[in-house]
Every structure is written in structure tokens, then in C-alpha cells.
Design a protein around this ligand. Structure first.
Ligand SMILES: [Zn+2]
Length: 382
């Protein structure tokens, strides 16, 4: 049994390494990433259907300890956690982790009951104060169970195993007349002023090379929505309708994927850069742990692409019935690496029952195609 004993000692040694070497000692050699999207789920395992254990927001930094299937492993609340690499931007600096741990606040009190959001749009934060990271958003009418209160802030249960904090004065639980932060707390979305239905330019898209980028595919299903639907499936059917209408308008359309297979983000940008591309349009559907969050938005990375985002979003707003979330800056890798004017469309939430019932119709997807085509015509000709 000597062999077995040596083996046990060896396993014991490995366990010792695993348990007692602080995780931070690997941070210096690990790559640092920055979150490049408004909200990013932190999951228990490297899969889109794994349990969500937390949320990160734009600009949060994470250190990668390993990479697997397009996911990076980091630590969240002291536990191993996984984040989709898709929405992360690699930063040159190393070992700087933004820990948004809650401070021990002596005024924290356990609380029970429900609160309802009364302000139009309210930030959900990682701690009880405006200095904490925004980890999500909520809107008037949303109701949550209170976990505890701290000063004028309420910790709420987000219903997916995680919690967040919202300002009490923006809910029906307002305990004090405090309004100095109201503007800041209730303005987390950038809205495009609602324009009247625009006249599309009559000019064609002949001579324009449009790279259409259907997100995800193959082993990467993208977000998973209500009833287990896959983001990638809605994207594929939408992309073929958008491609068709762009071609009808005279454009030369290049697709970064034309079936259900995996294409890396670098490859998508490489395809765009290999042509004399006039516009790069990435198609996605959105997901969020809070079921009431809904609507369509257009992201741009470089300020020079803001006008393209504006044109397409204004046509989306006037063409489809979904809520207009406006344009937002988001430093998605695929947008940063593509040299042509580039935008990323989030065409509705597959986690919202109303959005989901609409976005799977051919009528909706044809309207999206019409809006993208008209937005591009206006961008090139006005
Ligand atoms: Zn996506």
C-alpha cells in the first residue's frame, strides 16, 4: 500500500496548494479585463445556462485565472465564477481588481417586506450609496423583497440568488426627504429624442458594402431566454431578413456567419476589415435577470459611429412597437476591432414575455430589416 500512501500524500499536497495559496498570487500573471457592456452576468459555471451568482457593470475590472469555451474564470464574492469573454475588453494593466465588497455599516438593519419602485428609471447598485458600482437597472412599478436596509438604501432580492441596492427615496419606502441624488440615480439610460416617422431616403444602397454580423452561433448560444430559447436562433432568422432587404436596396451584403456555427469575435472583425466595408452591423437579442426590462437599443463604441447608431435607432423606434431604449456607448470588442463605422443592435429582451412574443414573429423581424435598411440609406445619403 506504499504506492497508495505516496499517492495520498501527493493529493494532500495538491489540496494544500489549492486551499492555502491565496488566489491573488495568480493575479499578476492573469490578464485583466474590463466589462464592455452595461450589464454582465457572473455565473457559477462556463455556460450560458449556468446559475447567475452576480452582476458586473460597464468598466468593472476582473482578473482571468483560466479560460474555457470562450469564458474566463475569476472570483466573485470569494468564489470561483465565470464570465463570458464576449463582452470583456482586455486591458494592458495587470492585477487591478475592482472589488465592490460592501463596507460594514453599523446602521445596517435586517428588514422584511416588499418595496415598489416609484421613479421612472432607477439604478441597482452593489452597495448602499451612489459611490457603489451600478449593477443593473429597474423601473417604476417593479416590486422587490427587501433583504435589509442601510440608512436610506434598501438591499433587494433580485430573484436569481443575487441582491442589489436601490435608493429608498425612489421607492414607496421613502423614509426621508432626500432628493439630491435623484437625478443621478434615475438617469441610467441614454434616450434618443423620439422623432416623428422619418421619410426614408429614396436613394439606393448600390455600391455599398455592408457587413452583417449575426451574433453567437454554434457552441455559443448567446443569451438564453424564457422557456430556454436561444438568442442565436432569433438572430439567424432576423439576419436573413435584414440581408434580403439590404440586397433588395442594392447593397452588397457580407455575412460573418451564414449558418449555425461558431465564429470568433476576432474573425468577425477580420472579415469586416478584409473588405472595403462601409458599415458593420452586429445583430443581437438581449437578456436581463429582471423580467420587466425590455426594449431595443443600438450600441456604438467610437464617437465617430454615434451618427450611424442614431440613424438606425431612430428608424427602429419609429418602425417597431418595442420600447425605445435609445443609443448607448458600449465598447464591444467586435465594434472596436472593426475599422468601418460599426454598430451593435440589441433587438429586444428574450427574458421579457412581451418582447419575446413579438420578436419571434416574421413581421417584427421584417420591420427590423426595414429599419436597418432605411437607417443606412439615411446615414449614407443625408
Ligand atoms: Zn448577444
Amino acid at each position: 500500500m506504499a504506492v497508495f500512501r505516496h499517492f495520498s500524500i501527493f493529493i494532500g499536497f495538491l489540496l494544500f496548494l489549492f486551499l492555502f495559496i491565496p488566489a491573488n498570487s495568480y493575479a499578476e500573471s492573469g490578464d485583466t479585463y474590463e466589462v464592455g457592456t452595461t450589464i454582465l452576468n457572473v455565473r457559477e459555471a462556463p455556460a450560458s445556462n449556468a446559475k447567475i451568482i452576480g452582476l458586473l457593470s460597464n468598466g468593472d475590472k476582473v482578473v482571468a485565472f483560466q479560460e474555457k469555451y470562450g469564458w474566463i474564470q475569476t472570483y466573485y464574492g470569494g468564489e470561483a465564477a465565470w464570465i463570458a469573454k464576449h463582452h470583456l475588453i482586455r486591458t494592458s494593466s495587470s492585477s487591478e481588481v475592482n472589488n465592490s465588497t460592501n463596507t460594514s455599516d453599523t446602521s445596517v438593519q435586517a428588514a422584511t417586506g416588499e418595496i415598489t419602485v416609484t421613479a421612472r428609471s432607477v439604478n441597482i447598485r452593489s452597495g448602499p450609496g451612489t459611490n457603489y458600482a451600478i449593477i443593473g437597472g429597474t423601473q417604476a412599478g417593479d416590486t422587490y423583497n427587501i433583504v435589509k436596509t442601510s440608512d436610506k438604501w434598501n438591499q433587494i432580492n433580485l430573484g436569481n440568488g443575487s441582491t442589489g441596492w436601490i435608493a429608498g427615496w425612489l421607492t414607496n419606502n421613502a423614509t426621508a426627504a432626500e432628493s439630491d441624488s435623484t437625478a443621478e440615480e434615475s438617469s441610467n439610460t441614454v434616450s434618443v429624442s423620439a422623432k416623428p416617422v422619418k421619410q426614408a431616403s429614396n436613394q439606393s444602397l448600390t455600391g455599398y458594402n455592408i457587413v452583417l454580423d449575426p451574433g453567437h452561433g454554434g457552441k455559443d448560444p448567446g443569451a438564453i431566454g424564457l422557456g430556454g430559447v436561444y438568442e442565436k436562433d432569433f438572430i439567424s432568422s432576423t439576419a436573413s431578413k435584414v440581408a434580403q432587404q439590404l440586397r433588395n436596396a442594392g447593397a452588397n451584403v457580407i455575412l460573418t456567419r451564414a449558418g449555425d456555427y461558431f465564429v470568433s469575435l476576432n474573425e468577425r472583425a477580420r472579415i469586416s476589415n478584409a473588405y472595403n466595408t462601409h458599415a458593420f452591423v452586429s445583430l443581437h437579442y438581449n437578456a436581463f435577470p429582471i423580467i420587466s426590462v425590455n426594449g431595443v437599443s443600438t450600441y456604438y463604441s467610437s464617437t465617430s459611429d454615434k451618427q450611424l447608431a442614431r440613424e438606425v435607432q431612430s428608424y427602429l423606434a419609429s418602425t417597431v412597437s418595442l420600447h425605445n431604449r435609445g443609443i448607448m456607448q458600449g465598447h464591444y470588442r467586435v465594434l472596436r476591432n472593426s475599422h468601418a463605422p460599426s454598430i451593435l443592435l440589441e433587438l429586444g429582451f428574450i427574458t421579457n414575455p412581451n418582447d419575446l412574443s413579438i420578436i419571434q414573429t416574421a413581421d417584427y423581424q421584417n420591420k427590423v430589416a426595414q429599419a436597418v435598411t432605411n437607417g443606412l440609406k439615411n446615414y449614407f445619403h443625408n
